[in-house]
Structures are given as structure tokens and as C-alpha cells.
Design a binder for this molecule. Structure first.
Ligand SMILES: Cc1ncc(COP(=O)(O)O)c(C=O)c1O
Length: 383
């Protein structure tokens, strides 16, 4: 049996997204900057996609800027922070210890430019406490970046409360919503979000496409210079097939969200119920405020890497640390920031499910997980 259960790393393209993309590749392939009919058609598809994406996050279409994915959107948001910080002289930034490297690394780089960054630790359940956030606010805080949902443990952060604190204190608020968009409802206005990053391949859209939302045009800063596309903010011929595929996938996810998330949670519960029967198993991160398809588990005396390989041999794809860290096997900084010792953090795997998984697959994962963990624990006892 082949079972793909690494959907936080990337997802299968939806059939309807593939159909729209095929149309773009073979029928509407004109450059959207062209003034002939093919260009005009491409441009109108692009603008339709922008409006559709804006609608799903309750934004205005003018606030959507297309990018190459989550990493670019996050880097761009930090560039905006840098620019506003330089102009105003306010150089304090608040972020968290559970951010993806696409936020963390550009923020670290700002230190060389005189910025001071406070990285807040999550609580043991993987959630940022809004009162810890509020305590970190200083008169010179210019920007804050707190992810909507974590990629390792799936915990959903109290974004609305944090957004409210930012708005009250005049802080630009960015959220990396790469793991949230298409999976849980996001409303940029109600959540006081100024900047938001998203990536299509996390919600059954294509890889290499994403967007940055900006609700405050006065802070926008060009990111890529050239031909002046995206209102001169992000030059380069637009990836029309990718953008249209992304919009189609997002519209589909938004329409079926309640139903799909209940289904995916049911699959997770099937595996969770087996995990409770395995000796030395502990689930990492809050089970209450969590993405429906995420299960992150540590097993005593079992290396995550060995378990991953054993499951792979049974046809099951999961991940050990965050797969987004390019195959890295370094101890997971997210788990460690939650107070989990480095050794235990290495003993964890992440199973992430999607609507394309079946109940039979979930039962198969549960059974193979139990079998493999017990085998590895026995080996450890014997040697
Ligand atoms: C939370 C988070 N942010 C950013 C990214 C980077 O997105 P992309 O792969 O589209 O560059 C990822 C990817 O895994 C992610 O999980």
C-alpha cells in the first residue's frame, strides 16, 4: 500500500486546479502584459484569481500580491519591516521561537542592521500566550510576526488577540499563514492582520506560487525590480497557470472547508487511538487548538529518522523534523522551544493528512506505526 501522509510538506494538486492550469498552458498562454486578445484574456484570468483569493480571506483584491510561495512572501514581509523601521527609527521586532526559517532567518539578518528581535517562547502546548506577547511590546516596537498555525505541531495561534494588541500599539502585524490558509477560516480584517503570507502547494494548489496580502498600501515596498508587474511591487512575468491553479484550489478548499476538516480530523483520530496503545508514546502540542490533519508524536527509545525509514519501507510517507528544512535531521527547534528535551525531540515524527487520504489508509498507518515502534523498541532493548 502506498500512503502519502506528509501534507504539511506539500499536497497533491486538485483535479480542478490541474484543469484550469492546463487551460492556461495550452490555450491562454499570452503574456498578461500583452495588449492583444491572448494577453488581455490572461490578464483577466489573473485579476479574477486575485479577486477570488481576496474574497476567501475577506480582503480587497488590491491587497493581494502574487509571489513564488511562502518563503518569498515571508522575506518580503520582513523587508517591509526593515524599511519602515529604517524610516521611523523604531527598530524592535517581536516574533516567536516557533516560526518557520523563512521568517526566522531574515529576521536574524536584521540584527546586523541594528534591529533588536524578541523571539517569544511558546507554552508547553506549542501555543504563544498573548500576555507574553503583550509584555514584550516596547515603545520602539515596529513590527511583529506570529505564524497562524505551526508547521511542526499544527498548533493554531491566538492570532486575533495578538493582532488586537498590535493594532492598539501601532505595530505592523504579519502572520505566516502558510499552514492555515485553505484549512481553517482566516479573516484578515477581524484578525487585525496587516500582512499575510500564503503558499498554494499547502492547499492542493501548485508549487512555486503564493501570495502576500498587505492591507496597508502606505507601507508597501517593492521587492523585485524590473518590468513593473504587480503594480511595480514585484516585477517578473506573472505565473498565470500557477496563480489560476492556486485560486481554483483555494476556492475549492474554502467551499468544502467544514466538511473536509471534519473528515480529516476523523482520520487523525483513527491514528491517534492507535498511538494511545503504544508504550512510551506522547503527542506533542495542544490537541484542542490544532490543525485537523496534524499528528506529531514522540516515542520513547525510537529515533524519528529510523521510524520514518521503516514506515517508508511499508509505503508510508511521513516526516521526522520539519520537511521544509531541506532534509535536515537537526533537533527540532520548535519542539525544543516547547520544553521537550533534544533527545525526545529527535524521537518524533509528523503525520499530516489530507482529504485525499482514506479511512483504510489511516488504519494502515496506525497498524504499521505500532508494529514498527514496537520492533525498534525491542531492538533498542536487545542492544
Ligand atoms: C509555516 C511555513 N512557512 C513558510 C513555508 C515556506 O513555503 P514555500 O515552500 O511555499 O516556500 C513553509 C513550508 O513548508 C511553512 O510550513
Amino acid at each position: 500500500m502506498y500512503v502519502y501522509a506528509d501534507n504539511a510538506a506539500s499536497t497533491r494538486l486538485s483535479d480542478s486546479a490541474a484543469e484550469v492550469m492546463e487551460k492556461c498552458f495550452f490555450e491562454i498562454y499570452g503574456n498578461p502584459s500583452g495588449i492583444h486578445r491572448s494577453g488581455r484574456k490572461a490578464k483577466s484570468m489573473l485579476e479574477r484569481a486575485r479577486a477570488e483569493i481576496a474574497r476567501t480571506i475577506k480582503a480587497e483584491p488590491e491587497g493581494i500580491y502574487f509571489t513564488s510561495g511562502g518563503t518569498e512572501s515571508d522575506n518580503w514581509a520582513v523587508r517591509i519591516a526593515e524599511s519602515v523601521g529604517m524610516k521611523t527609527g523604531k527598530k524592535h521586532i517581536i516574533s516567536t521561537r516557533i516560526e518557520h526559517n523563512a521568517v526566522r532567518k531574515p529576521l536574524e539578518n536584521l540584527k546586523e542592521k541594528g534591529f533588536h528581535i524578541t523571539f517569544i517562547r511558546p507554552m508547553a502546548n506549542g501555543i504563544i500566550n498573548p500576555s507574553d506577547f503583550e509584555k514584550a511590546v516596547r515603545p520602539d516596537t515596529v513590527f511583529a510576526s506570529v505564524m497562524y498555525a505551526n508547521n511542526v505541531v499544527g498548533t493554531i495561534q491566538p492570532i486575533r488577540e495578538i493582532g488586537r494588541i498590535c493594532r492598539k500599539n501601532g505595530i505592523i502585524f504579519h502572520t505566516d499563514a502558510v499552514q492555515a490558509i485553505g484549512h481553517i477560516p482566516v479573516d484578515v480584517k477581524a484578525d487585525y492582520i496587516d500582512l499575510l503570507s500564503a503558499s498554494a502547494h499547502k492547499f492542493h494548489g501548485p508549487k512555486g506560487t503564493g501570495f502576500l496580502y498587505c492591507g496597508r498600501p502606505e507601507i508597501m515596498e517593492p521587492f523585485i525590480l524590473g518590468g513593473g508587474q504587480e503594480r511595480s511591487m514585484r516585477s517578473g512575468t506573472e505565473n498565470v497557470p500557477g496563480i489560476c491553479g492556486m485560486s481554483e484550489a483555494l476556492a475549492e478548499s474554502a467551499e468544502n472547508m467544514a466538511e473536509e476538516s471534519a473528515y480529516v480530523k476523523k482520520l487523525r483520530k483513527i491514528i491517534e487511538n492507535t498511538v494511545y496503545k503504544i508504550k512510551g508514546a506522547s503527542i506533542n502540542g495542544s490537541l484542542k487548538s490544532r490543525l485537523p490533519g496534524n499528528l506529531n508524536v514522540s516515542f520513547a527509545d525510537v529515533s524519528g529518522q529510523s521510524l520514518l525509514k521503516m514506515l517508508d519501507a511499508e509505503g508510508i510517507c511521513v516526516s521526522a523534523a520539519s520537511a521544509c528544512s531541506a532534509g535536515s535531521s537537526e533537533p527540532n527547534f520548535v519542539l525544543e522551544s516547547m520544553g521537550i528535551p533534544a533527545e525526545e525531540a529527535k524521537n518524533s515524527i509528523r503525520i499530516t493528512l489530507s482529504v485525499y487520504n482514506t479511512e483504510d489508509e489511516a488504519r494502515y498507518i496506525g497498524a504499521k506505526l505500532k508494529e514498527s515502534v514496537e520492533k525498534l523498541q525491542k531492538l533498542k532493548r536487545e542492544f
